[in-house]
Design a protein. Structure first.
Length: 136
């Protein structure tokens, strides 16, 4: 395991951001290696998504394909690219099985305090003073 570059716990009081400690050099290497073997569709999606992130455009993207087409590979590479730029990437899925495949993935229910029983008047349990609020 790489050594921490800084002791963020002393500088950042947000536990979510404290958990986002990673080795930037490792992220650079990972992105370079994985981008080199992207297929055309993966490269196109990667470029479009990163353009939206870098330019703060807020576009939504839906990656849909059959199994073993490289969706998880693409998502993990996107997250590593965002992290190497010093930003936060939250890898969130609907199912626990998909979460296991993403680097530091979590279910949306867990991350955003969404109830499993949803009704017409349901809301997420995320409060404005929660540690997640400033990140979102």
């Amino acid at each position: 395991m790489p050594l921490l570059q800084q002791h963020w716990a002393h500088r950042i009081s947000n536990p979510l951001l404290q958990a986002e400690q990673y080795d930037v050099d490792e992220m650079v290497t990972l992105v370079d290696e994985q981008r080199a073997i992207f297929n055309l569709d993966q490269a196109t999606a990667f470029d479009a998504i990163l353009e939206s992130v870098i330019n703060n455009q807020g576009h939504l993207f839906f990656i849909h394909a059959t199994g073993s087409c490289g969706k998880t590979f693409l998502c993990n590479t996107i997250a590593a690219e965002v992290k190497k730029k010093g930003q936060v990437a939250l890898c969130v899925t609907l199912s626990g099985i998909a979460t296991l495949l993403l680097n530091r993935g979590r279910t949306s229910y867990s991350h955003f305090k969404i109830s499993l029983s949803i009704h017409e008047d349901s809301v997420a349990g995320l409060k404005h003073n929660n540690y997640m609020f400033p990140v979102l």
